[in-house]
Write a protein of this length. Sequence first.
Length: 601
Amino acid sequence: MCGIVGYVGDSEALPILLSSLERLEYRGYDSAGVALIENGEIFVQKEVGKIRELVKSLWGKSSKAHCGIGHTRWATHGVPSFENAHPHLDPSKSFAIVHNGIIENYKELKEELINQGHIFTSQTDTEVIVHLISKYYEGDLLEAVRKTIELLKGAFAFAVITKYEPDRIIGVKQGSPLVIGVGENENFLASDIPAILPYTKQIIVLDDKEIVDITKSSISIYDFDGMIKTKHSMFVPWDIVSAEKSGYKHFMLKEIYEQPRVISDTVRGFLSEGISFPFDIKAINRIVMSACGSSYNASLIGKYLIERYAKIPVEVGYASEQRYEDIPIDENTLFIAISQSGETADTRFAAQYAKDNGAKLLSIVNVVGSSLDRESDYTLYTHAGPEIGVAATKTFTAQIAVLYGLAAFMGYERGSMTYEEYSNKIDKLAHIPSKIEDFLQNTDLNGGVYSELSSAKNAIYLGRGLSFPIALEGALKLKEISYIHAEGYAAGEMKHGPIALIDENMPVVFIAPKDKLYEKAISNIEEVLARKAKLIVIGNASDQHLKDISKHFIGIPDLDEEDLYPILSVVPLQLIAYEVANRLGLDVDQPRNLAKTVTVE
Ligand code: F6R
Protein backbone atom coordinates (compact mmCIF):
# COMPACT_ATOMS: atom_id res chain seq x y z
CA MET A 1 0.00 0.00 0.00
CA CYS A 2 1.07 3.60 -0.44
CA GLY A 3 3.83 4.80 1.84
CA ILE A 4 4.41 8.32 3.14
CA VAL A 5 7.59 9.90 4.47
CA GLY A 6 8.35 13.44 5.57
CA TYR A 7 11.41 15.24 6.89
CA VAL A 8 12.07 18.69 8.33
CA GLY A 9 15.34 19.52 10.08
CA ASP A 10 18.96 20.61 9.88
CA SER A 11 20.07 17.88 7.49
CA GLU A 12 19.50 17.71 3.76
CA ALA A 13 16.07 16.27 3.21
CA LEU A 14 16.53 14.48 -0.14
CA PRO A 15 18.85 11.59 0.89
CA ILE A 16 16.80 11.02 4.03
CA LEU A 17 13.56 10.88 2.05
CA LEU A 18 15.00 8.50 -0.54
CA SER A 19 16.47 6.11 1.98
CA SER A 20 13.27 6.19 4.06
CA LEU A 21 11.26 5.40 0.94
CA GLU A 22 13.50 2.40 0.26
CA ARG A 23 12.54 1.02 3.65
CA LEU A 24 8.87 1.36 2.70
CA GLU A 25 9.35 -0.61 -0.53
CA TYR A 26 8.15 -3.78 1.15
CA ARG A 27 4.64 -2.34 1.47
CA GLY A 28 4.25 -2.75 -2.29
CA TYR A 29 4.16 0.09 -4.84
CA ASP A 30 4.24 0.94 -8.52
CA SER A 31 5.66 4.48 -8.58
CA ALA A 32 7.52 6.83 -6.28
CA GLY A 33 8.24 10.52 -5.87
CA VAL A 34 9.51 13.32 -3.66
CA ALA A 35 8.68 17.00 -3.18
CA LEU A 36 11.16 19.45 -1.66
CA ILE A 37 10.96 23.11 -0.78
CA GLU A 38 13.92 24.73 -2.51
CA ASN A 39 14.65 28.44 -2.92
CA GLY A 40 11.06 29.32 -2.12
CA GLU A 41 9.61 26.94 -4.72
CA ILE A 42 8.38 23.35 -4.68
CA PHE A 43 10.53 20.91 -6.61
CA VAL A 44 8.90 17.58 -7.53
CA GLN A 45 10.46 14.49 -9.02
CA LYS A 46 8.51 11.27 -9.60
CA GLU A 47 8.96 8.09 -11.60
CA VAL A 48 6.90 5.05 -12.48
CA GLY A 49 8.59 1.84 -11.32
CA LYS A 50 11.05 1.17 -8.56
CA ILE A 51 12.69 3.68 -6.26
CA ARG A 52 16.01 3.02 -7.99
CA GLU A 53 14.46 4.69 -11.07
CA LEU A 54 13.65 7.72 -8.96
CA VAL A 55 17.16 7.73 -7.50
CA LYS A 56 18.63 7.45 -11.02
CA SER A 57 16.55 10.38 -12.22
CA LEU A 58 17.88 12.47 -9.33
CA TRP A 59 21.50 11.47 -9.97
CA GLY A 60 23.82 14.44 -9.62
CA LYS A 61 21.15 16.66 -8.15
CA SER A 62 22.44 18.56 -5.18
CA SER A 63 19.64 19.74 -3.00
CA LYS A 64 19.99 22.00 -0.02
CA ALA A 65 16.31 21.55 0.90
CA HIS A 66 15.66 20.90 4.57
CA CYS A 67 12.01 20.05 4.28
CA GLY A 68 10.24 17.57 2.03
CA ILE A 69 7.84 14.71 1.61
CA GLY A 70 8.05 11.44 -0.32
CA HIS A 71 5.75 8.67 -1.46
CA THR A 72 5.49 5.15 -2.79
CA ARG A 73 2.18 4.67 -4.65
CA TRP A 74 0.14 1.49 -4.90
CA ALA A 75 -2.49 2.33 -7.49
CA THR A 76 -6.11 2.50 -6.38
CA HIS A 77 -7.66 5.40 -8.33
CA GLY A 78 -6.03 5.57 -11.75
CA VAL A 79 -3.44 3.34 -13.41
CA PRO A 80 0.23 3.45 -12.41
CA SER A 81 1.51 6.44 -14.42
CA PHE A 82 3.63 9.56 -14.10
CA GLU A 83 0.50 11.74 -13.83
CA ASN A 84 -1.00 9.63 -11.08
CA ALA A 85 2.23 9.24 -9.08
CA HIS A 86 2.58 11.35 -5.94
CA PRO A 87 3.41 14.02 -4.80
CA HIS A 88 0.54 16.00 -6.29
CA LEU A 89 0.56 19.76 -6.63
CA ASP A 90 -2.16 22.38 -6.60
CA PRO A 91 -2.52 24.39 -9.85
CA SER A 92 -0.27 27.21 -8.56
CA LYS A 93 2.42 24.66 -7.63
CA SER A 94 2.55 26.15 -4.14
CA PHE A 95 1.37 23.07 -2.21
CA ALA A 96 2.43 19.43 -2.46
CA ILE A 97 0.73 16.40 -0.96
CA VAL A 98 1.40 12.69 -0.48
CA HIS A 99 -1.51 10.48 0.49
CA ASN A 100 -2.36 6.92 1.51
CA GLY A 101 -5.94 5.61 1.56
CA ILE A 102 -9.11 6.48 -0.27
CA ILE A 103 -11.24 9.61 -0.39
CA GLU A 104 -14.66 8.06 -0.92
CA ASN A 105 -16.43 11.26 -1.94
CA TYR A 106 -13.70 12.56 -4.23
CA LYS A 107 -15.90 12.46 -7.33
CA GLU A 108 -18.43 14.93 -5.89
CA LEU A 109 -15.64 17.16 -4.57
CA LYS A 110 -13.81 17.05 -7.90
CA GLU A 111 -16.93 17.92 -9.85
CA GLU A 112 -17.56 20.93 -7.62
CA LEU A 113 -13.97 22.10 -8.04
CA ILE A 114 -14.14 21.64 -11.82
CA ASN A 115 -17.29 23.76 -11.87
CA GLN A 116 -15.29 26.41 -10.00
CA GLY A 117 -12.65 26.34 -12.73
CA HIS A 118 -10.08 23.92 -11.27
CA ILE A 119 -8.14 21.88 -13.79
CA PHE A 120 -6.97 18.41 -12.75
CA THR A 121 -3.99 16.60 -14.19
CA SER A 122 -4.44 13.11 -12.70
CA GLN A 123 -7.12 10.49 -12.15
CA THR A 124 -6.38 10.28 -8.43
CA ASP A 125 -8.58 11.10 -5.48
CA THR A 126 -5.50 12.71 -3.89
CA GLU A 127 -5.36 15.68 -6.19
CA VAL A 128 -8.71 16.86 -4.84
CA ILE A 129 -7.21 17.28 -1.36
CA VAL A 130 -4.38 19.54 -2.46
CA HIS A 131 -6.74 21.67 -4.58
CA LEU A 132 -8.97 22.15 -1.54
CA ILE A 133 -6.03 23.03 0.70
CA SER A 134 -4.81 25.69 -1.73
CA LYS A 135 -8.37 27.01 -2.04
CA TYR A 136 -8.73 27.42 1.71
CA TYR A 137 -5.22 28.73 2.38
CA GLU A 138 -5.14 32.14 4.03
CA GLY A 139 -1.64 32.16 5.49
CA ASP A 140 -1.88 29.16 7.83
CA LEU A 141 -1.41 25.66 6.41
CA LEU A 142 -2.89 24.03 9.52
CA GLU A 143 -6.12 26.01 9.16
CA ALA A 144 -6.41 25.18 5.46
CA VAL A 145 -5.93 21.48 6.21
CA ARG A 146 -8.57 21.65 8.96
CA LYS A 147 -11.14 23.17 6.62
CA THR A 148 -10.31 20.57 3.97
CA ILE A 149 -10.66 17.48 6.15
CA GLU A 150 -14.14 18.59 7.20
CA LEU A 151 -15.14 17.75 3.62
CA LEU A 152 -13.34 14.43 3.23
CA LYS A 153 -14.94 11.01 3.69
CA GLY A 154 -12.96 7.78 3.80
CA ALA A 155 -9.91 6.27 5.42
CA PHE A 156 -6.71 8.16 4.72
CA ALA A 157 -3.43 9.62 5.90
CA PHE A 158 -1.59 12.44 4.18
CA ALA A 159 1.28 14.89 4.54
CA VAL A 160 1.33 18.32 2.96
CA ILE A 161 3.89 21.10 2.54
CA THR A 162 3.70 24.63 1.13
CA LYS A 163 6.33 26.96 -0.28
CA TYR A 164 4.81 29.76 1.85
CA GLU A 165 5.83 28.02 5.09
CA PRO A 166 9.03 26.23 4.11
CA ASP A 167 9.83 24.64 7.49
CA ARG A 168 6.53 23.02 8.23
CA ILE A 169 4.80 19.71 7.43
CA ILE A 170 1.19 19.03 8.32
CA GLY A 171 0.17 15.37 8.63
CA VAL A 172 -3.32 13.93 9.04
CA LYS A 173 -4.40 10.47 10.11
CA GLN A 174 -7.86 9.09 9.66
CA GLY A 175 -7.87 5.35 9.10
CA SER A 176 -4.47 4.81 7.49
CA PRO A 177 -1.29 4.57 9.56
CA LEU A 178 1.02 7.52 10.30
CA VAL A 179 3.84 7.78 12.83
CA ILE A 180 6.11 10.62 13.86
CA GLY A 181 9.82 10.18 14.48
CA VAL A 182 11.16 12.52 17.12
CA GLY A 183 14.71 13.78 16.55
CA GLU A 184 16.99 16.58 17.68
CA ASN A 185 16.61 19.65 15.49
CA GLU A 186 14.76 17.39 13.09
CA ASN A 187 11.52 15.47 12.98
CA PHE A 188 10.13 12.78 10.71
CA LEU A 189 6.85 11.46 9.47
CA ALA A 190 6.20 8.01 8.00
CA SER A 191 3.58 5.38 7.31
CA ASP A 192 5.60 2.80 9.17
CA ILE A 193 8.30 2.68 11.84
CA PRO A 194 11.05 0.86 9.87
CA ALA A 195 11.17 3.74 7.36
CA ILE A 196 12.70 6.12 9.90
CA LEU A 197 14.38 3.65 12.25
CA PRO A 198 17.97 4.58 11.29
CA TYR A 199 17.29 8.19 12.35
CA THR A 200 15.33 7.81 15.56
CA LYS A 201 13.78 5.22 17.84
CA GLN A 202 11.52 7.73 19.59
CA ILE A 203 8.18 7.29 17.92
CA ILE A 204 4.76 8.86 18.40
CA VAL A 205 1.96 6.80 16.87
CA LEU A 206 -0.91 8.98 15.70
CA ASP A 207 -4.48 7.95 16.38
CA ASP A 208 -7.37 8.37 14.00
CA LYS A 209 -8.74 11.90 13.70
CA GLU A 210 -5.42 13.50 14.61
CA ILE A 211 -3.51 16.26 12.84
CA VAL A 212 0.17 16.86 13.44
CA ASP A 213 2.00 20.11 12.85
CA ILE A 214 5.73 19.48 12.54
CA THR A 215 8.71 21.82 12.35
CA LYS A 216 12.33 20.93 13.06
CA SER A 217 11.95 21.87 16.73
CA SER A 218 8.28 21.29 17.50
CA ILE A 219 5.56 18.69 17.18
CA SER A 220 1.98 19.72 17.95
CA ILE A 221 -0.86 17.25 17.74
CA TYR A 222 -4.53 18.24 17.52
CA ASP A 223 -7.78 16.39 17.23
CA PHE A 224 -10.11 17.18 14.35
CA ASP A 225 -11.95 19.69 16.58
CA GLY A 226 -8.75 21.68 16.99
CA MET A 227 -8.07 20.68 20.60
CA ILE A 228 -4.38 20.23 21.38
CA LYS A 229 -3.44 16.71 22.53
CA THR A 230 -0.57 15.66 24.73
CA LYS A 231 1.10 12.50 23.48
CA HIS A 232 4.33 10.92 24.58
CA SER A 233 6.81 9.22 22.36
CA MET A 234 7.62 5.56 22.88
CA PHE A 235 11.00 3.94 22.50
CA VAL A 236 11.04 1.29 19.76
CA PRO A 237 13.54 -1.42 20.66
CA TRP A 238 13.89 -2.78 17.10
CA ASP A 239 17.34 -2.27 15.69
CA ILE A 240 17.87 -1.43 12.07
CA VAL A 241 19.57 -4.78 11.53
CA SER A 242 16.21 -6.47 12.04
CA ALA A 243 14.91 -4.42 9.10
CA GLU A 244 17.90 -5.30 6.90
CA LYS A 245 18.79 -8.42 4.94
CA SER A 246 21.91 -9.35 6.97
CA GLY A 247 23.57 -11.20 4.10
CA TYR A 248 20.49 -13.12 2.94
CA LYS A 249 19.52 -12.73 -0.69
CA HIS A 250 15.96 -11.78 0.24
CA PHE A 251 14.08 -10.63 3.32
CA MET A 252 11.77 -13.61 2.98
CA LEU A 253 14.64 -16.08 3.32
CA LYS A 254 16.04 -14.19 6.29
CA GLU A 255 12.62 -14.17 7.91
CA ILE A 256 12.17 -17.91 7.38
CA TYR A 257 15.51 -18.51 9.11
CA GLU A 258 14.59 -16.15 11.94
CA GLN A 259 11.71 -18.36 13.01
CA PRO A 260 13.45 -20.26 15.83
CA ARG A 261 14.37 -16.95 17.50
CA VAL A 262 10.97 -15.44 16.81
CA ILE A 263 9.10 -18.35 18.38
CA SER A 264 11.42 -18.16 21.43
CA ASP A 265 10.74 -14.42 21.75
CA THR A 266 7.02 -14.95 21.32
CA VAL A 267 6.92 -17.67 23.98
CA ARG A 268 9.06 -15.53 26.31
CA GLY A 269 6.82 -12.51 25.70
CA PHE A 270 3.75 -14.65 26.29
CA LEU A 271 5.13 -15.94 29.58
CA SER A 272 6.45 -12.62 30.88
CA GLU A 273 3.42 -10.57 29.83
CA GLY A 274 1.02 -13.34 30.88
CA ILE A 275 -2.64 -13.12 30.05
CA SER A 276 -5.08 -11.22 32.17
CA PHE A 277 -8.31 -10.69 30.31
CA PRO A 278 -10.05 -7.42 31.12
CA PHE A 279 -13.34 -9.36 30.95
CA ASP A 280 -14.71 -12.56 32.40
CA ILE A 281 -13.58 -15.36 30.08
CA LYS A 282 -16.02 -17.77 31.80
CA ALA A 283 -18.91 -15.60 30.62
CA ILE A 284 -17.89 -15.97 26.97
CA ASN A 285 -20.12 -18.45 25.17
CA ARG A 286 -18.94 -17.95 21.60
CA ILE A 287 -15.78 -16.82 19.82
CA VAL A 288 -15.65 -15.23 16.38
CA MET A 289 -12.25 -14.97 14.73
CA SER A 290 -11.56 -12.58 11.90
CA ALA A 291 -8.55 -12.08 9.63
CA CYS A 292 -7.30 -11.99 6.05
CA GLY A 293 -4.77 -14.01 4.06
CA SER A 294 -2.16 -15.84 6.10
CA SER A 295 -3.62 -14.47 9.31
CA TYR A 296 -6.90 -16.13 8.32
CA ASN A 297 -5.09 -19.45 7.86
CA ALA A 298 -3.60 -19.06 11.34
CA SER A 299 -7.11 -18.35 12.70
CA LEU A 300 -8.31 -21.71 11.38
CA ILE A 301 -5.63 -23.38 13.49
CA GLY A 302 -6.74 -21.23 16.43
CA LYS A 303 -10.30 -22.48 16.00
CA TYR A 304 -9.26 -26.14 16.18
CA LEU A 305 -7.12 -25.51 19.27
CA ILE A 306 -9.58 -23.31 21.19
CA GLU A 307 -12.43 -25.71 20.57
CA ARG A 308 -10.21 -28.63 21.64
CA TYR A 309 -8.78 -27.05 24.78
CA ALA A 310 -11.38 -24.55 25.97
CA LYS A 311 -14.55 -26.15 24.59
CA ILE A 312 -15.96 -22.87 23.29
CA PRO A 313 -17.58 -22.82 19.84
CA VAL A 314 -15.47 -20.79 17.42
CA GLU A 315 -16.46 -19.35 14.08
CA VAL A 316 -13.76 -18.15 11.68
CA GLY A 317 -14.39 -15.77 8.81
CA TYR A 318 -12.67 -13.64 6.22
CA ALA A 319 -12.81 -10.11 7.61
CA SER A 320 -13.79 -8.73 4.21
CA GLU A 321 -16.91 -10.92 4.26
CA GLN A 322 -17.74 -10.71 7.94
CA ARG A 323 -18.08 -6.96 7.99
CA TYR A 324 -21.04 -7.22 5.62
CA GLU A 325 -22.68 -10.23 7.26
CA ASP A 326 -25.14 -9.85 10.07
CA ILE A 327 -23.17 -12.19 12.30
CA PRO A 328 -24.88 -12.62 15.64
CA ILE A 329 -22.71 -10.89 18.23
CA ASP A 330 -23.46 -9.84 21.78
CA GLU A 331 -21.66 -9.03 25.03
CA ASN A 332 -20.89 -12.71 25.59
CA THR A 333 -19.04 -12.97 22.29
CA LEU A 334 -15.28 -12.72 22.18
CA PHE A 335 -14.11 -11.38 18.85
CA ILE A 336 -10.49 -12.25 18.05
CA ALA A 337 -8.94 -10.16 15.28
CA ILE A 338 -5.61 -11.41 13.93
CA SER A 339 -3.38 -9.18 11.90
CA GLN A 340 0.38 -8.95 11.51
CA SER A 341 0.30 -5.28 10.62
CA GLY A 342 -2.65 -4.32 12.80
CA GLU A 343 -3.61 -1.96 9.98
CA THR A 344 -5.56 -4.19 7.58
CA ALA A 345 -8.68 -2.19 6.79
CA ASP A 346 -11.01 -5.19 6.41
CA THR A 347 -9.96 -6.66 9.75
CA ARG A 348 -10.25 -3.33 11.52
CA PHE A 349 -13.72 -2.70 10.15
CA ALA A 350 -14.94 -6.19 11.08
CA ALA A 351 -13.53 -5.68 14.59
CA GLN A 352 -15.26 -2.32 14.86
CA TYR A 353 -18.57 -3.91 13.85
CA ALA A 354 -18.12 -6.52 16.58
CA LYS A 355 -17.27 -3.88 19.17
CA ASP A 356 -20.23 -1.75 18.19
CA ASN A 357 -22.41 -4.79 18.82
CA GLY A 358 -21.06 -5.34 22.31
CA ALA A 359 -18.42 -8.04 21.74
CA LYS A 360 -15.14 -8.04 23.65
CA LEU A 361 -12.29 -7.41 21.24
CA LEU A 362 -9.01 -9.30 21.57
CA SER A 363 -6.33 -8.76 18.94
CA ILE A 364 -3.23 -10.68 18.02
CA VAL A 365 -0.88 -8.26 16.26
CA ASN A 366 2.80 -7.93 15.50
CA VAL A 367 3.07 -4.16 15.27
CA VAL A 368 2.84 -2.63 18.73
CA GLY A 369 0.91 0.63 18.66
CA SER A 370 -0.86 -0.26 15.39
CA SER A 371 -4.47 0.81 14.92
CA LEU A 372 -5.94 -2.56 15.82
CA ASP A 373 -3.73 -2.77 18.90
CA ARG A 374 -5.07 0.55 20.12
CA GLU A 375 -8.68 -0.16 19.23
CA SER A 376 -8.82 -3.48 21.11
CA ASP A 377 -9.87 -4.29 24.66
CA TYR A 378 -6.88 -6.54 24.91
CA THR A 379 -3.87 -7.38 22.72
CA LEU A 380 -1.50 -10.31 22.55
CA TYR A 381 1.69 -9.61 20.63
CA THR A 382 3.63 -11.83 18.28
CA HIS A 383 7.16 -10.70 19.00
CA ALA A 384 8.38 -11.28 15.46
CA GLY A 385 10.06 -7.91 14.79
CA PRO A 386 9.49 -6.14 11.50
CA GLU A 387 8.48 -8.44 8.66
CA ILE A 388 9.60 -6.88 5.41
CA GLY A 389 9.01 -9.63 2.82
CA VAL A 390 5.46 -9.28 1.53
CA ALA A 391 4.78 -12.97 2.09
CA ALA A 392 4.05 -13.62 5.75
CA THR A 393 6.39 -16.25 7.22
CA LYS A 394 7.72 -15.62 10.72
CA THR A 395 4.59 -13.74 11.75
CA PHE A 396 2.44 -16.69 10.66
CA THR A 397 4.29 -19.16 12.86
CA ALA A 398 4.35 -16.63 15.71
CA GLN A 399 0.56 -16.27 15.37
CA ILE A 400 0.16 -20.04 15.70
CA ALA A 401 2.40 -20.01 18.80
CA VAL A 402 0.26 -17.30 20.42
CA LEU A 403 -2.99 -19.05 19.48
CA TYR A 404 -1.73 -22.32 20.93
CA GLY A 405 -0.78 -20.59 24.22
CA LEU A 406 -4.05 -18.65 24.26
CA ALA A 407 -6.16 -21.77 23.65
CA ALA A 408 -4.39 -23.64 26.45
CA PHE A 409 -4.75 -20.68 28.81
CA MET A 410 -8.47 -20.42 28.04
CA GLY A 411 -8.77 -24.15 28.68
CA TYR A 412 -7.18 -23.68 32.07
CA GLU A 413 -9.22 -20.57 32.97
CA ARG A 414 -12.46 -22.27 32.01
CA GLY A 415 -11.63 -25.41 33.92
CA SER A 416 -11.32 -27.81 31.00
CA MET A 417 -7.58 -28.17 31.61
CA THR A 418 -5.61 -28.36 34.84
CA TYR A 419 -2.77 -25.95 35.55
CA GLU A 420 -0.31 -28.83 35.02
CA GLU A 421 -1.81 -29.62 31.63
CA TYR A 422 -1.62 -25.95 30.67
CA SER A 423 2.00 -25.55 31.73
CA ASN A 424 2.90 -28.82 30.07
CA LYS A 425 1.54 -27.40 26.79
CA ILE A 426 3.66 -24.26 27.20
CA ASP A 427 6.75 -26.40 27.91
CA LYS A 428 6.14 -28.25 24.67
CA LEU A 429 5.83 -24.95 22.82
CA ALA A 430 9.16 -23.85 24.28
CA HIS A 431 10.83 -26.84 22.58
CA ILE A 432 9.62 -25.89 19.10
CA PRO A 433 12.42 -23.39 18.25
CA SER A 434 15.08 -26.10 18.52
CA LYS A 435 12.99 -28.40 16.29
CA ILE A 436 12.69 -25.70 13.60
CA GLU A 437 16.42 -25.00 13.94
CA ASP A 438 17.11 -28.70 13.56
CA PHE A 439 15.02 -28.80 10.37
CA LEU A 440 16.56 -25.64 8.91
CA GLN A 441 20.13 -26.70 9.62
CA ASN A 442 19.94 -30.34 8.63
CA THR A 443 17.50 -30.57 5.77
CA ASP A 444 18.76 -30.28 2.27
CA LEU A 445 15.55 -29.86 0.35
CA ASN A 446 16.18 -31.81 -2.79
CA GLY A 447 16.34 -29.88 -5.99
CA GLY A 448 13.73 -32.17 -7.57
CA VAL A 449 10.93 -30.53 -5.59
CA TYR A 450 11.84 -27.11 -6.92
CA SER A 451 12.09 -28.16 -10.54
CA GLU A 452 8.84 -30.14 -10.21
CA LEU A 453 6.99 -27.06 -9.04
CA SER A 454 8.75 -24.35 -11.02
CA SER A 455 7.81 -26.08 -14.27
CA ALA A 456 4.19 -26.60 -13.17
CA LYS A 457 1.21 -24.44 -14.11
CA ASN A 458 -0.92 -25.71 -11.22
CA ALA A 459 -0.37 -27.40 -7.89
CA ILE A 460 -2.62 -28.87 -5.22
CA TYR A 461 -1.85 -28.78 -1.50
CA LEU A 462 -3.65 -31.22 0.79
CA GLY A 463 -3.84 -31.82 4.52
CA ARG A 464 -6.29 -32.95 7.20
CA GLY A 465 -7.16 -31.47 10.59
CA LEU A 466 -4.49 -29.00 11.67
CA SER A 467 -2.64 -29.65 8.41
CA PHE A 468 -5.56 -28.34 6.33
CA PRO A 469 -4.85 -24.66 7.16
CA ILE A 470 -1.19 -25.43 6.47
CA ALA A 471 -2.18 -26.71 3.01
CA LEU A 472 -4.01 -23.40 2.45
CA GLU A 473 -0.97 -21.48 3.64
CA GLY A 474 1.45 -23.49 1.48
CA ALA A 475 -0.69 -22.85 -1.60
CA LEU A 476 -1.02 -19.15 -0.76
CA LYS A 477 2.77 -18.84 -0.39
CA LEU A 478 3.39 -20.51 -3.75
CA LYS A 479 0.83 -18.52 -5.71
CA GLU A 480 1.64 -15.12 -4.27
CA ILE A 481 5.36 -15.15 -4.93
CA SER A 482 5.80 -17.58 -7.85
CA TYR A 483 2.50 -16.79 -9.66
CA ILE A 484 1.89 -20.53 -10.08
CA HIS A 485 -1.73 -21.39 -9.56
CA ALA A 486 -2.04 -23.43 -6.37
CA GLU A 487 -5.02 -24.41 -4.26
CA GLY A 488 -5.21 -25.91 -0.80
CA TYR A 489 -7.93 -28.37 0.11
CA ALA A 490 -8.97 -30.43 3.11
CA ALA A 491 -7.75 -33.82 1.87
CA GLY A 492 -11.05 -35.53 2.73
CA GLU A 493 -12.86 -33.10 0.43
CA MET A 494 -10.80 -34.14 -2.55
CA LYS A 495 -13.12 -36.88 -3.68
CA HIS A 496 -16.01 -34.39 -3.73
CA GLY A 497 -14.56 -32.52 -6.69
CA PRO A 498 -10.87 -31.57 -6.79
CA ILE A 499 -9.78 -35.16 -7.48
CA ALA A 500 -10.96 -34.58 -11.06
CA LEU A 501 -7.92 -32.32 -11.49
CA ILE A 502 -5.40 -34.98 -10.55
CA ASP A 503 -3.44 -36.77 -13.24
CA GLU A 504 0.19 -37.65 -13.87
CA ASN A 505 1.08 -34.00 -14.56
CA MET A 506 -0.29 -32.56 -11.34
CA PRO A 507 2.11 -31.89 -8.45
CA VAL A 508 0.32 -32.68 -5.17
CA VAL A 509 1.93 -31.47 -1.95
CA PHE A 510 0.58 -33.50 0.96
CA ILE A 511 1.16 -32.52 4.59
CA ALA A 512 0.91 -35.71 6.62
CA PRO A 513 2.59 -35.57 10.05
CA LYS A 514 2.05 -38.32 12.60
CA ASP A 515 -1.04 -36.89 14.24
CA LYS A 516 -4.44 -38.31 15.03
CA LEU A 517 -5.59 -38.06 11.40
CA TYR A 518 -2.47 -39.72 10.00
CA GLU A 519 -4.21 -42.96 8.98
CA LYS A 520 -6.95 -40.95 7.22
CA ALA A 521 -4.28 -38.93 5.44
CA ILE A 522 -2.61 -42.13 4.25
CA SER A 523 -5.89 -43.24 2.63
CA ASN A 524 -6.09 -39.90 0.81
CA ILE A 525 -2.46 -40.25 -0.27
CA GLU A 526 -3.34 -43.64 -1.78
CA GLU A 527 -6.10 -41.94 -3.78
CA VAL A 528 -3.57 -39.41 -5.09
CA LEU A 529 -1.07 -42.13 -5.94
CA ALA A 530 -3.73 -44.12 -7.79
CA ARG A 531 -4.07 -41.13 -10.13
CA LYS A 532 -0.28 -41.09 -10.64
CA ALA A 533 0.15 -37.52 -9.42
CA LYS A 534 3.63 -36.15 -8.71
CA LEU A 535 3.47 -36.64 -4.97
CA ILE A 536 5.50 -34.40 -2.67
CA VAL A 537 5.03 -35.29 1.00
CA ILE A 538 5.87 -33.38 4.16
CA GLY A 539 5.94 -36.02 6.89
CA ASN A 540 7.91 -37.18 9.91
CA ALA A 541 11.54 -37.82 9.00
CA SER A 542 11.17 -41.18 10.76
CA ASP A 543 8.27 -42.22 8.51
CA GLN A 544 9.81 -44.81 6.19
CA HIS A 545 6.49 -45.78 4.63
CA LEU A 546 5.79 -42.25 3.38
CA LYS A 547 9.36 -41.91 2.21
CA ASP A 548 8.97 -45.07 0.14
CA ILE A 549 5.73 -44.13 -1.57
CA SER A 550 6.38 -40.44 -2.36
CA LYS A 551 8.19 -39.09 -5.37
CA HIS A 552 9.70 -36.39 -3.17
CA PHE A 553 9.75 -36.57 0.61
CA ILE A 554 10.62 -33.82 3.08
CA GLY A 555 11.10 -35.00 6.65
CA ILE A 556 10.37 -32.90 9.71
CA PRO A 557 11.44 -33.81 13.27
CA ASP A 558 9.14 -35.90 15.48
CA LEU A 559 7.18 -33.99 18.11
CA ASP A 560 5.61 -35.32 21.28
CA GLU A 561 2.84 -32.69 20.97
CA GLU A 562 0.98 -33.33 17.74
CA ASP A 563 -0.92 -30.02 17.93
CA LEU A 564 2.35 -28.22 17.27
CA TYR A 565 3.08 -29.86 13.92
CA PRO A 566 1.62 -26.90 12.00
CA ILE A 567 4.42 -24.58 13.21
CA LEU A 568 6.96 -27.04 11.90
CA SER A 569 5.31 -28.37 8.75
CA VAL A 570 4.75 -24.92 7.25
CA VAL A 571 8.50 -24.19 7.22
CA PRO A 572 9.33 -26.51 4.26
CA LEU A 573 6.35 -25.04 2.39
CA GLN A 574 7.73 -21.54 2.93
CA LEU A 575 11.12 -22.69 1.66
CA ILE A 576 9.58 -24.38 -1.37
CA ALA A 577 7.65 -21.23 -2.33
CA TYR A 578 10.75 -19.10 -1.77
CA GLU A 579 13.09 -21.28 -3.81
CA VAL A 580 10.64 -21.77 -6.69
CA ALA A 581 10.14 -17.99 -7.00
CA ASN A 582 13.87 -17.42 -6.64
CA ARG A 583 14.66 -19.93 -9.40
CA LEU A 584 12.07 -18.32 -11.63
CA GLY A 585 13.94 -15.04 -11.10
CA LEU A 586 10.92 -13.30 -9.58
CA ASP A 587 10.81 -10.42 -7.14
CA VAL A 588 10.39 -12.55 -4.03
CA ASP A 589 10.08 -9.74 -1.49
CA GLN A 590 7.79 -7.52 -3.53
CA PRO A 591 5.57 -9.72 -5.68
CA ARG A 592 3.47 -8.01 -8.32
CA ASN A 593 0.15 -6.44 -7.33
CA LEU A 594 0.62 -7.19 -3.63
CA ALA A 595 1.02 -4.85 -0.71
CA LYS A 596 2.33 -5.72 2.73
CA THR A 597 -0.16 -3.60 4.58
CA VAL A 598 -3.58 -3.44 2.99
CA THR A 599 -5.07 -0.28 4.38
CA VAL A 600 -7.87 0.00 1.84
CA GLU A 601 -10.99 -2.09 1.58
C1 F6R B 1 0.27 -13.57 2.69
C2 F6R B 1 0.10 -12.27 3.31
C3 F6R B 1 -1.25 -11.67 3.31
C4 F6R B 1 -1.56 -11.13 4.71
C5 F6R B 1 -2.92 -10.41 4.71
C6 F6R B 1 -3.30 -9.93 6.10
O1 F6R B 1 1.60 -13.98 2.72
O2 F6R B 1 1.04 -11.70 3.81
O3 F6R B 1 -2.19 -12.60 2.91
O4 F6R B 1 -1.55 -12.21 5.60
O5 F6R B 1 -2.88 -9.31 3.85
O6 F6R B 1 -2.37 -9.04 6.61
P1 F6R B 1 -2.31 -8.70 8.15
O7 F6R B 1 -1.91 -9.94 8.87
O8 F6R B 1 -1.31 -7.59 8.27
O9 F6R B 1 -3.69 -8.27 8.55
